[in-house]
Design a protein around this ligand. Structure first.
Ligand code: SF4
Length: 131
């Protein structure tokens, strides 16, 4: 990610910011740019688990109400539909071409209740704080 967005993302600087200025780190967008590829975790000669540190910091940020637009929209989509992305009619047509059944956009009330049960209302509260 640092190679793809050199002006916006540097995991070393982000780690330093989390250490020295946690409030600033949780309010910025940089925290949300790690792609979770775990490359740094596998290669770090000091055994630092940056990915886990960033995950914990993201959780802390969202608990404090700092959730950027994209993850907030993703959560709203999951809360609303039970899916991380909408299933378009095109997807269902492609599936039919391969002899697969339609998925449809509605997962059904029972399944949606299960999703909400698993996610808990914490997510909804996090989404509402930033709306
Ligand atoms: S997991 Fe590590 S290497 Fe991968 S994008 Fe995040 S900081 Fe970069």
């Amino acid at each position: 990610m640092a190679k793809a967005l050199p002006d916006q993302y540097n995991p070393r600087k982000l780690l330093m910011k989390i250490h020295l200025d946690l409030d600033g780190a949780i309010q910025g967008d940089e925290l949300w740019l790690c792609a979770w590829c775990y490359k740094c975790t596998e290669r770090c000669p000091q055994g630092l688990q940056l990915t886990e540190i960033f995950l914990l910091t993201r959780n802390f940020a969202s608990e404090k109400g700092y959730l950027p637009e994209n993850p907030r929209r993703l959560l709203e989509q999951i809360i609303k539909s039970g899916r991380s992305m909408a299933v378009s009619e095109d997807i269902d047509e492609w599936r039919q071409e391969y002899g697969l059944p339609k998925i449809g956009s509605d997962i059904g009330d029972e399944a949606l209740k299960e999703v909400h049960k698993i996610m808990g209302d914490l997510f909804e509260r996090r989404v509402e704080r930033r709306a």
